[in-house]
Design a protein around this ligand. Structure first.
Ligand code: PEP
Ligand code: MN
Length: 296
């Protein structure tokens, strides 16, 4: 029998354990969207991405400083300088930062900036890395390994919690199957299964699942419909020139459009997804552009 004493939902009525991140609550009544580039490629692209996704309703900013890449010759992230850019983007936009930790030797540098530490699919069973983030109190976004079962994902989360960090968010990001029309197969069933099995919040990454930007909105809508607590989505100012994962990255406009469509769907599913709307200049007595939070 699976011994997941810390991650297990003890009763069917037990509420999801909300993970609090710098004023944001993941796993509460809101449907929380994390968005930003796959990799931090520079200051300007990060700041423009952060401002744009924020104006479209994202509540946290993603961006990789240390990138796990299949080829050793591919862009592997800007490292420490990307962390500084992420800190600046948070300062400017107020969005909390989600960034990946690949190597326990970088934990102090990453933890100094990250509001949420991401553990990537390739490291889901890197038990010393899980122990290292388990010793911290920074929330952890744990991505499902590409060939990991739901139980293995739960036990990986259990490792983090057994070390004392109870702030864990699970992420379904697609698994390897025989299918080649998508990069991975989004295991949509895993979301209701996880919601039954664990009290931890569960989010979906439609970008790495699809591997194709055109499919991302449909998978995101599916995530809302099956009861996910949020999304993590890749967005890039010019996907064609992205240094990683351009094919699956949404443009600013495509992300904005997807968010507009998800708002009413989330409401229908009993979740709030607030989209800030810019007040037209002429509607403001003082003529200053501003933003107002309203429900989509
Ligand atoms: C990422 O989020 O950019 C990433 C590398 O994701 P995954 O670990 O799910 O492949
Ligand atoms: Mn990526």
């Amino acid at each position: 029998m699976l011994d997941n004493r810390l991650t297990a939902r003890s009763t069917t009525t037990q509420a999801t354990t909300a993970v609090r991140v710098a004023g944001e609550i993941i796993g509460g009544s809101a449907f929380t969207v994390i968005a930003g580039p796959c990799s931090v490629e520079g200051r300007e692209m990060l700041l423009s991405s952060a401002a744009s996704v924020r104006s479209s309703g994202a509540r946290l900013l993603r961006g990789g400083a240390f990138k796990p890449r299949t080829s050793p010759y591919a862009f592997r992230g800007l490292g420490a300088s990307a962390l500084e850019m992420l800190a600046e983007a948070r300062e400017v936009t107020g969005l909390p930062v989600v960034t990946e930790l690949m190597d326990a030797r970088d934990i102090d540098a990453v933890d100094a900036v990250a509001d949420v530490i991401q553990i990537g699919a390739r490291n889901m069973q890197n038990f010393s890395l899980l122990a290292a983030v388990g010793e911290r109190r920074t929330p952890v976004l744990l991505k499902r390994g590409m060939s990991a079962t739901v139980n293995e994902l739960l036990l990986a989360a259990e490792h983090i919690m057994a070390h004392g960090n109870s702030q864990v968010i699970l992420c379904e990001r697609g698994i390897r199957t025989f299918e080649t029309s998508t990069r991975n197969t989004l295991d949509i069933s895993a979301i209701p299964v996880l919601k039954q099995e664990t009290h931890l919040p569960v989010i979906v990454d439609p970008s790495h699942a699809a591997g194709r930007a055109d499919l991302v909105p449909a998978l995101a809508a599916a995530a809302v419909a099956v009861g996910a607590d949020g999304l993590i989505v890749e967005v890039h100012p010019d996907p064609a020139t992205a240094l990683s994962d351009g094919a699956q990255s949404l443009t600013f406009a495509a992300f904005a459009e997807m968010m507009r469509r998800l708002g009413p769907l989330a409401l229908m599913c009993g979740r709030q997804l607030d989209i800030p709307i810019a007040i037209p200049l002429e509607a403001r007595a003082d003529g200053v552009q501003s933003a107002l939070r309203v429900c989509a």
